[in-house]
Design a protein around this ligand. Structure first.
Ligand code: TNX
Length: 755
């Protein structure tokens, strides 16, 4: 799954230097303008001076940043200095006239000159130069003029530290790699139902109580207390680090909904029917802040400390998925609503958001809220809308005249899985690939038929784009990096690069260098886009195998004798026809560098018919998740629509098949569905453990019914073999699970066709 090899700087140069440079400067996001020059380039050596103007400490610390970055990644030793000498040098020059965050780089035999008006531009010039250095052979940079500036001012990432807690060190690393992608906003989701993560001195129970949950095993984590929070001291250090990296941390506190942890810590400030035992659940909780003076004073008190800690002009307050039932059923709140002359709870939420917005405005800040805040027509024009509701939201918000950041779900939701590969990371079930993100245009977002495109006036309201890393399924720092990278590279490019320079083939050609940089930086990027996959069609005692990659890059080499594939192994060109049993091992190489993990598959007449849940089709897309479960040693992912556990095996070769082998796992069912009672069974059957019903076609005849057996522990799987009547033709097979209760959730692991 992960790249484990730490490539040295020189190693990268060896692998990627020549081909990359021949094509275009290997800088991601792609610069706005590149003019390649002829003749000699510049050679960067140990000791090459970084010449900075005297008396400009801002430029001095950018030069120091470049020197540190180069040293940390195995590059040359660069020395910041203010002393002009005859030696060829890298010059940092400030000059008026550049766009915000824009810069130029000029490489010629005697000098490299980075020019910008602002510190931000010089910093991004340094980042681009560092990227060029990582692909340079022997430190040689080709002569070139690069002029670059961002398309959008807001190039963001939202990180959810509430559902799972990341170490402060990981937040720092995230800021670091964001800067290397020229991403400049970290919307830091610091509170949600499942946890409160920011120390607030005035309300200590927010963290002493609200930062912890006694995770039931049902939450898919180890037993015992789970949680953590960021101290104000840690936050100050992270804010300073962000500022140095031209990034703004936009803190986010959810209100009025998604507030269970805070309400359990201070019950007087809100309403909830959830208990501490629910804090390991995912989904939408029945919890909401109150609207009385003391609840609002509490929130103002929280915001006071938030504003002291975070200099960000924008402060995010959530506003999404608030469940209004508890407001509706509270006589006190209804009385308040009437006294305010408001006709319903949506209007009351508008009033509530308005109060919070005004409080922020009087302190010189701007409110950022998810696009539900649009429902209130009185929303202040000063507020920024974070648009997540797909094609609807993307069009509605800018048309309503608000400044908008595009965070469209599912395309920009990096908690979605990135490929169909088994063994991948858990997450939401939709595939959001690099190509999907790259195809998204934040300035002209996809729209529903009949809605029409945005006109120029509405497009002007688009501040930029943001990826969302919701962390229900991202429970470790390594998984966080793998969900973010390399997709953040595509996000960065659609946010930074002028539309006419957006070019998928060019982006792909620059990806190997990006992957090598991640590796050098010790970041655990996901390599599934390059992994070799086998599409297997069984024929008589043979298997026909087509080898593919999501992104065809480099060459695939394979063996069938069990040995490890290398550059001298056979090169894959056309589908293979292998007699069974067979073992196939395959890998892709770019130049001499192995870019993907080994595919190693052993096949016989039965195993060629095996399909894991990820290779089956879901019957529906209610809430489809890719859930990980199993023992510590062996984790398996299960693709399942938790609202309708049902899978389709398309075109199953049923001729001669008399039995179906299958595996069913019991997974924790830990979901809240807002106003629906979560305990209500989603499917119905006579038995508590339930049955798996196997049909030919989802509406066709029942071929078999498997009575499911209880498992000894949640997470475990049980295998079954079931007889089916003789079939003559291939057909779609449909597997659906019906139960009388939801917990645990039974999910199909794999199916196999047997004689
Ligand atoms: C919806 S997107 C949410 C989050 C979840 C996310 C993914 C949004 C504004 N709200 O609370 O984490 O779906 O499951």
């Amino acid at each position: 799954m992960f790249n484990s090899v730490g490539l040295s700087f020189a190693f990268i140069a060896l692998i990627f230097g020549l081909p990359a440079r021949a094509a275009e400067p290997t800088i991601t996001p792609r610069p706005t303008q590149v003019i390649e020059r002829t003749g000699l380039g510049f050679r960067i050596n140990d000791g090459t001076p970084l010449l900075v103007p005297a008396g400009d400490p801002d430029v001095g610390n950018v030069a120091q940043y470049l020197a540190d970055l180069a040293r940390r990644t195995g590059g040359p030793l660069l020395v910041p200095t203010t002393n002009v000498s005859k030696a060829p040098a890298i010059n940092f020059v400030r000059r008026p006239g550049f766009a915000a965050e824009g810069y130029a780089i000029d490489v010629s035999p005697r000098a490299i000159v980075i020019t910008a008006s602002q510190r931000a531009g010089l910093l991004y010039g340094a980042v681009s130069l560092w990227q060029l250095m990582t692909v340079a052979t022997h430190g040689e940079l080709a002569p070139v003029h690069i002029a670059d500036a961002p398309r959008f001012p807001w190039r963001g990432l939202m990180l959810d530290s509430a559902r799972h807690f990341q170490s402060a060190a990981e937040i720092g690393r995230t800021l670091d790699w964001m800067a290397l992608h020229k991403l400049n906003r970290l919307q830091w989701h610091l509170a949600d139902d499942q946890g409160w993560r920011l120390e607030i001195k005035r309300y200590p129970r927010l963290t002493s109580v609200g930062a912890w949950r006694n995770t039931p095993p049902a939450a898919g984590m180890a037993d015992g207390r789970y949680g953590g929070f960021y101290s104000q001291e840690e936050v100050r250090r992270l804010v300073a680090r962000a500022t140095a990296l031209n990034s703004t941390i936009v803190p986010e506190k959810e209100m009025p909904g998604h507030a269970t942890a805070a309400i359990l810590a201070y019950p007087a400030v809100g309403l909830t029917t959830a208990t501490a035992a629910n804090l390991g659940d995912w989904g939408v909780f029945p919890s909401i802040y109150g609207v009385d003076a003391s609840s609002l004073a509490f929130l103002d008190g929280v915001l006071d400390e938030v504003m002291t800690l975070f200099p960000s002009r924008e402060i995010a307050i959530g506003g999404d998925e608030a469940v209004h039932d508890l407001w509706h059923n509270s006589p006190l709140i209804q009385a308040k609503m009437r006294s305010l002359g408001l006709k319903n709870e949506v209007a009351l939420q508008g009033w509530f958001i308005g109060k919070i917005g005004t409080y922020l405005n009087t302190h010189g800040r701007r409110l950022v809220g998810w696009d539900e805040i649009l429902a209130d027509k009185a929303l202040s024009k000063n507020d920024i809308v974070m648009s997540w509701h797909g094609a609807d939201g993307a069009i509605a918000a800018p048309r309503a005249g608000h400044d908008v950041v595009m965070a469209t779900a599912p395309t920009l939701y990096l908690d979605n899985r990135q490929s169909t590969l088994s063994g991948g990371l858990p997450g939401r079930g939709q595939v959001v690939s690099l190509a999907d993100i790259y195809a998204y245009d934040p300035g002209d977002p996809p729209h529903l038929p009949g809605t029409g495109r945005l006109d120029a006036a509405a497009s002007k309201n688009i501040l930029g784009v943001q990826g969302a890393l919701w962390s229900e399924h991202i429970d470790t720092d390594a998984r966080l990096e793998a969900m973010a990278l390399p997709r953040a590279a595509a996000l960065a490019e659609i946010g930074w690069t002028a539309r006419q320079r957006i070019d998928w083939a060019s982006f792909v050609s620059r990806l190997p260098a990006m992957m090598a940089r991640y590796s050098t930086l010790g970041l655990q990027a996901d390599d599934s886009a390059f992994a070799v996959q086998a599409q297997i069609v069984p024929t008589d005692r043979h298997a026909r195998m087509a080898l593919t990659q999501a992104i065809p890059l480099g060459n695939i080499h394979y063996t069938t004798d069990g040995s490890a594939p290398s550059l001298v192994s056979l090169r894959y060109k056309t589908p293979l026809d292998l007699p069974l049993p067979a073992r196939l091992r395959a890998t892709s190489f770019v130049g001499s560098q192995q870019l993907s993990p080994n595919l190693d598959t052993s096949l016989d007449a039965v195993s060629v018919t095996r399909r894991t849940s990820l290779q089956l089709e879901l019957c529906s897309n209610g809430v489809s998740l890719n859930l990980m479960s199993g023992t510590k040693a062996r984790q398996t992912t299960y693709l399942v629509d938790i609202k309708n556990p049902c899978w389709i095996y398309r075109g199953a070769a049923l001729g001669g098949v008399r039995h179906i082998g299958l595996s069913v796992a019991a997974l924790p069912f830990n979901y809240q569905f807002a106003d629906e009672a979560s305990s209500k069974p989603l499917t119905s059957s006579a038995s508590m453990t339930g049955e798996l019903v196997l049909r030919r076609g989802c509406d066709g005849p029942v071929l078999a019914t498997v009575k499911l057996q209880p498992v000894l522990e949640v997470g475990a799987a049980r295998d079954y073999t079931v007889a089916i009547p003789r079939q003559t033709r291939s057909a779609d097979m449909c597997f659906s699970i019906v139960r009388a209760k939801n917990d645990p959730l039974y999910a199909l692991g794999w199916v196999e066709l047997r004689p």
